[in-house]
Design a protein around this ligand. Structure first.
Ligand SMILES: NC(=O)c1ccc[n+]([C@@H]2O[C@H](COP(=O)([O-])OP(=O)(O)OC[C@H]3O[C@@H](n4cnc5c(N)ncnc54)[C@H](O)[C@@H]3O)[C@@H](O)[C@H]2O)c1
Length: 238
């Protein structure tokens, strides 16, 4: 598989290492020092693009890959206000796009656990629910895309919750998502249900970024030859 890595930062570099171990070829590597090489002509040399950049540039990068007619795997968070435009291009032009707010196997199992726990807790009104997330200090967006997915999944199941807010709330209909930024922390998410007498908490903790990179590479292998918007449910079938 010929891969274009768009965003040769922390994630891009680990993806490159794992891709080479799996005997894939990296035909293009882009970071903010060689943006002039990010062209339709160069992208056409790749079978797939893997995009881990930043919230301000992700949509433009994905659009350019579609102009080149190559499938895109993106893990960049914080740009999802443009998601419908990407979806529309997939539908009208038969493009392929794979997005996950978190590519790790463990987090996607955790998502399922969170949904099931939320289904149970819907019946127990004495418990309030909150979400905490911790990441490294370089992370640009807060709350994390993963924490937002977790909160949205709770809101779908727990009828007494209507929306999420950052940090704190006195409103019973809202879920507070608290964000912590510590050193080079690889990422942790905790959902806590708390009553006057007890707490129930579930936590996922990343040990490093390799699990995320492995998932993104699996997604790239998976998306080739497909069309439409795909995600971890399609890949993992949990
Ligand atoms: N979905 C997931 O599983 C997951 C996992 C880790 C990180 N992320 C997200 O992925 C993104 C990148 O994370 P990171 O830790 O690798 O960040 P990073 O800052 O280490 O790397 C970002 C890279 O993008 C490059 N870049 C900047 N502008 C660009 C442009 N216009 N085109 C191409 N490249 C450009 C930068 O030079 C840098 O090399 C962030 O949004 C982060 O939140 C998602």
């Amino acid at each position: 598989m010929n891969i274009a890595i768009i965003g040769y930062g922390k994630m891009g570099k680990i993806i490159e290492k794992l891709a080479i171990q799996k005997e894939h070829s990296i035909v293009l590597k882009i970071d903010d020092s060689n943006l002039n090489e990010l062209t339709v002509e160069n992208l056409k040399k790749a079978d797939v693009a893997i995009e881990f950049t930043g919230p301000k540039v992700a949509f433009g990068n994905i659009s350019l890959c579609f102009d080149a007619g190559i499938p895109v795997v993106s893990g960049t968070t914080g740009w999802l206000d443009k998601f419908n435009e990407v979806k529309e291009r997939c539908e009208t032009e038969k493009q392929a796009f794979f997005y996950a707010s978190n590519f790790s196997l463990g987090v996607n199992i955790f998502f399922k656990l969170n949904q099931q726990l939320a289904k149970i807790m819907n019946k127990f009104e004495g418990f309030n629910v909150s979400v905490d997330e911790t990441h490294h200090i370089h992370k640009l967006d807060a709350p994390s895309g993963t924490a937002i997915t977790i909160a949205d999944d709770i809101i779908s199941e727990v009828k007494r919750k209507e929306n999420w807010v950052k940090e704190k709330t006195e409103n019973d209909k809202q879920i507070a998502i608290k964000s912590f930024r510590i050193g080079e922390h690889p990422g942790e998410h905790t959902v806590t249900y708390s009553s006057n007498t007890e707490n129930i908490a579930i936590t996922h903790e990343s040990k490093n970024r390799e699990g995320l990179a492995q998932g993104a590479l699996m997604a790239a292998e998976f998306i080739i030859g497909k069309t439409g918007v795909l995600g971890m449910n399609d890949l993992l079938n949990i």
